[in-house]
Ligand binder design. Sequence first.
Ligand code: ADP
Ligand code: MG
Length: 323
Amino acid sequence: MPISEFALIERFFRHVGVRRADVRLGIGDDAALLAPAAGCDLVATVDTLVEGVHFPAGSPAASIGHRALAVNLSDLAAMGARPAWALLSLTLPEPRESWLEEFSAGFSALARTHQVALVGGNTTSGPLCISVQVLGHVPSGRALLRSGGKAGDTVFVSGTPGDSAAGLRLELGRLKDTSEAAAYLRERFLYPAPRVALGERLRDFASACIDVSDGLLADGEKLARASGCGVRMLHADLPVSESLVSVVGDDTARRLALTGGEDYELCFAVRAADVPRLMAELPPDQWAYRAIGALREVPGASVIAADATVMDFSHSGWDHFGA
Ligand code: ADP
Ligand code: MG
């Protein structure tokens, strides 16, 4: 006998994430009652993942649950906000208990890591599609925006972008490799780690911030444009992982770092005068970020090679011109 909607919610969603004192009423009534923190702005975001579009058909259910929450936590991280509450709208073809169990466990583990409570949602049948909304807080007026950068600001990125794009190609079988490095890259795609703690700390340092979902080059350009600038990135300074280089080679690793996407890392700008303080208080090795370039007045995004020539990544690959 198929599980009833009521039993499904009770069993798989009632106790997801943490319990929070600021949840007056969670799952079970017509809507949740939440008590926003005093002196804070409420920060809200929503993202939808569709099977076959945002993740390969047949992905592990735990990964789908993890990613559906992670992409939203990453948006909050980019605002310098602390997440608190999530809502989940789940459309699924059939309520398979083993799938629901894993999905819920994947979602819940990440929710616990970030002290998030699942406070409501909706369940319907149809093609697999997951929509998650996350709400959080930032001290009033202190959110990180894309628009605060200025020409001359140093641009940084967290983590090792490109890993996730390679992981997705491995998942899809478009790249074949059974090494430990390849397993690590798949993991990076399936279970991205949103940089929530870094985002919060960056409120004291960054002039502008964005999370990298469409590729470092495209998202770096979005930050620059919102700030009324362009951005210059140094090809040799891109932080590519050893795993990525060992699987795809150095050139492709750097191309994926720039254009791959799904990284859920933070790209942020810091006034040159604030860089020493940033480095001292958030040691780059410990916080995993690196300077990759600077904002400048010339609009657009360009990548500079080690020999100082401009590289073109506007197509699928890059052309070296002027050399
Ligand atoms: P309504 O029809 O009034 O929207 P439902 O019967 O759909 O209410 O849902 C009952 C309760 O279960 C509500 O509190 C709702 O937020 C919650 N809920 C439903 N589906 C989910 C889900 N997938 N995850 C979390 N909470 C859910
Ligand atoms: Mg109702």
